[in-house]
Design a protein around this ligand. Structure first.
Ligand SMILES: C[S@@+](CC[C@H](N)C(=O)[O-])C[C@H]1O[C@@H](n2cnc3c(N)ncnc32)[C@H](O)[C@@H]1O
Length: 251
């Protein structure tokens, strides 16, 4: 039977896709990650089997290999299997590895996209990732790699693109990341927004700057938005200056 790799969105069950809800309501087995909100898992029938594959940082309940094996095994069982992954399965979710394992084993699967925290967390803080004349692109980056590792993300290069930078999994390394972005040429007062537990009852938003963010206390899960647009908060008026005053068009 088909295994469904389903994006659970950032937390609020109202942000699930219709397809995700329909599949959950028919599920025989739900295999979910740690960051998937209980309210989402609760949409499965009461009698459905629930497997918590929850991977807390540094202490895996099930290894990725074990999860892959479990999905292959369940896929051969005839049960309707929903593999629930926080946000979108293919954005830093290791959904690609799970899909590859199912493909290799000949188990039919389908991927159902979800709203990634990379999109939802900025929105929840009132930050548009792109805005005419402010930012014409955005880049989603992992903060998980050691910034000292020369093979890792080239932060200095990203500092020069002018794109809004969205950093996932960066809570433990944001100070080191900020240093490299400063070396790359971003201004010390570049706005930074940190959104902790976006779209849940535990949501907290911190507004700071690139030179200060390393001193801030930020815990995972947290999404950082770095760039001019992070100085906006479109949830409330008045807008901070200079955002309140439309810029003069370029000659
Ligand atoms: C392993 S990645 C998974 C990302 C996920 N696939 C997605 O598309 O959102 C986990 C990271 O996503 C971010 N994240 C997930 N849920 C979040 C939330 N509710 N609020 C803020 N950031 C979140 C954090 O940066 C966290 O460390």
């Amino acid at each position: 039977m088909t295994v469904y790799l389903v994006g659970a969105g950032p937390g609020d069950p109202d942000l699930l896709t219709v397809r995700a809800v329909r599949l959950l309501q028919r599920a025989d087995v739900v295999v979910h990650d740690r960051l998937v909100a209980p309210g989402v898992v609760a949409l499965a029938p009461r009698e459905a089997r629930r497997v918590d594959a929850g991977k807390a940082a540094g202490r895996a309940v099930l290894s990725q290999e074990q999860i892959n094996e479990l999905l292959v095994e369940l896929g051969g069982s005839g049960a309707l299997v929903v593999r629930l992954k926080g946000g979108d399965p293919y954005v830093f979710g290791r959904g690609g590895e799970e899909a590859a394992a199912l493909l290799e084993a000949g188990v039919p699967f389908e991927v159902v996209p979800g709203i990634s925290s990379a999109l939802a967390a900025p929105m929840a803080a009132g930050v548009p990732l792109t805005m005419r004349s402010r930012a014409s692109s955005f880049t989603v980056l992992t903060g998980h790699d050691d910034p000292e590792n020369p093979q890792g993300v080239d932060w200095e290069a990203h500092a020069r693109t002018g794109a809004t930078l969205v950093v996932l999994m960066g809570a433990g390394r944001i100070g080191a990341i900020a240093k490299r972005l400063l070396v790359g040429g971003l201004d010390a007062d570049t706005p930074v927004v940190a959104v902790h537990w976006a779209c849940t009852e535990r949501q907290q938003v911190l507004r700071t700057t690139l030179s200060e963010v390393g001193h801030a206390e930020v815990a995972a899960p947290c999404t950082f938005v770095i760039g001019d647009v992070a100085g906006l908060d479109l949830r409330s008026l008045p807008l901070p200056t200079p955002w309140a005053v439309p810029r003069a068009p370029k000659p």
